[in-house]
Every structure is written in structure tokens, then in C-alpha cells.
Design a protein around this ligand. Structure first.
Ligand code: NFM
Length: 225
């Protein structure tokens, strides 16, 4: 086995699509948090939209859990996803608390087009016919973009405003990093065994997540709409 093969499919894809990957994980929105120049109205816009996204993400994660219980050849997959679902329960409470702190009325957030597109994409992945390896690739990518983005705002030398540290720690912490590494191991295992056509589908799904994440950041970063 050559060293590239040994690293697994995911590392190969990240290398192959590094420009898009970096576009999602080092977006100007994130860089503005890290260098302290962020406009708080952008953060508030992100907060309201992401609360809506996360509420849609819960049934998606649950659909992956369901597929794990039926298709997985490793019964620890289910435990990993279940722990993710448990954190989402915490996360929803956090969003509500944070929104109150920032005076963002969650009940009347108007869903932005980019968010709607992303949620529609999640819905398409919830269909029973979509393969386990494909949905797991999406789950890994969605979580990892946030992990890589927010951990960047906690690194030495970052000037993240203290008001935003808690948000950054939610996804940038070591615990969430460990969770993402567990997801990556599972995806690599699934993809190693996937037939070529399924592998191609998973790669396209990965790229689609990156594009949707970039559009999500764009929406937060841009002017009021
Ligand atoms: C747009 C987007 N992508 C990924 C995440 C992280 N997953 C769950 O919280 C998120 N909250 N929002």
C-alpha cells in the first residue's frame, strides 16, 4: 500500500479539492472572527440562520442513525452518531440562549435562499435510497467544515472577540475535533468498500457540501438582505 492510499479516501479528496476545501474552512467570515474585525451584525445574521439550519440538521443526522442501524457492519457507528445527536440537543439550547443574549428573535428569522438550498439538499439525502457511505460523507463534511473553521479562531495569535469565544469553542474544541476524527474513520472504512459508482457519488456529495457551506458563510458575511 503506498502512503497516499494508507491515508484513506478522505485525505486524497481533500488534497484533490484543496482550493474548494480551503474556501469553506478559511472563509472571509471566519477570518474576520479570527482577526477581530467581524461586524457583529454578521454574527447575528449567522446565528439566526444557523439555528434554522441546525433544526433541519437533526432529522438528517437521525436519518444517518437509521441507516447505520440497518446497513452498518460495525455497531460502534451508531454510538458515534448518537453522541452527535445528543450534542445537537445541547446545541439547540445554546442557540436559544445566545439568540436571547444578542437580541436575535428566532421566531421571526426569514430563511435565506442559501440556507433553504442547503436544507433542501439535506432533505434529498434523507431518502432511504441514498447509500450509507454517501450520507456519511455528507455528515463528516458538514461537521468538519465547522470544526476546521472555528478551531482556526482559537489558535495562537487569533484575535477572536471574547463575545464569540463560546461559539468558537462549541465547534473548535478538542472534543468536537475527536468526534470529527471518529466520523472520518467511519467514512474511510465505508468508502474503501464502496463500488466505483457509489464512490463517485460520495465525492460529488462532498463537493456539494463544500459549495453549500461557502454560500452559507457568504450569506452571513454579506450585507443585510
Ligand atoms: C451551516 C452549518 N454547517 C455545519 C454545522 C455544524 N453542525 C452542527 O451544528 C452548522 N451548525 N451549520
Amino acid at each position: 500500500m503506498d502512503p497516499v492510499e494508507k491515508n484513506g479516501v478522505i485525505d486524497r479528496w481533500v488534497k484533490k479539492h484543496l482550493v474548494l476545501y480551503t474556501g469553506a474552512t478559511r472563509h472571509p467570515f471566519i477570518l474576520s472572527i479570527r482577526d477581530g474585525t467581524i461586524d457583529f451584525s454578521s454574527f447575528k445574521r449567522w446565528l439566526g440562520q444557523d439555528y434554522i439550519f441546525v433544526r433541519e440538521f437533526v432529522p438528517f443526522a437521525a436519518s444517518v442513525l437509521l441507516k447505520a442501524s440497518k446497513n452498518s457492519d460495525d455497531n460502534s457507528d451508531m454510538e458515534v452518531i448518537l453522541s452527535g445527536l445528543a450534542s445537537l440537543s445541547d446545541e439547540i439550547s445554546w442557540f436559544k440562549q445566545e439568540a436571547a443574549k444578542w437580541d436575535v428573535p428566532l421566531s421571526d428569522v426569514v430563511v435565506h435562499k442559501s440556507n433553504q438550498n442547503y436544507c433542501r439538499f439535506l432533505e434529498s439525502l434523507m431518502l432511504p435510497a441514498v447509500e450509507y457511505s454517501v450520507v456519511f460523507t455528507a455528515l463528516w463534511a458538514i461537521e468538519t467544515v465547522y470544526q476546521e473553521s472555528f478551531s482556526h479562531c482559537l489558535e495562537d495569535g487569533s484575535k477572536t472577540p471574547p463575545e464569540l469565544l463560546e461559539a468558537c469553542k462549541r465547534w473548535g474544541s478538542e472534543g468536537f475535533g475527536e468526534f470529527c476524527r471518529s466520523l472520518k474513520k467511519i467514512v474511510n472504512r465505508c468508502l474503501e468498500k464502496a463500488p466505483d459508482e457509489e464512490l463517485k457519488k460520495a465525492e460529488v456529495t462532498f463537493l456539494h457540501v463544500l459549495e453549500l457551506e461557502i454560500e452559507f458563510w457568504d450569506m452571513s458575511h454579506g450585507g443585510p438582505k
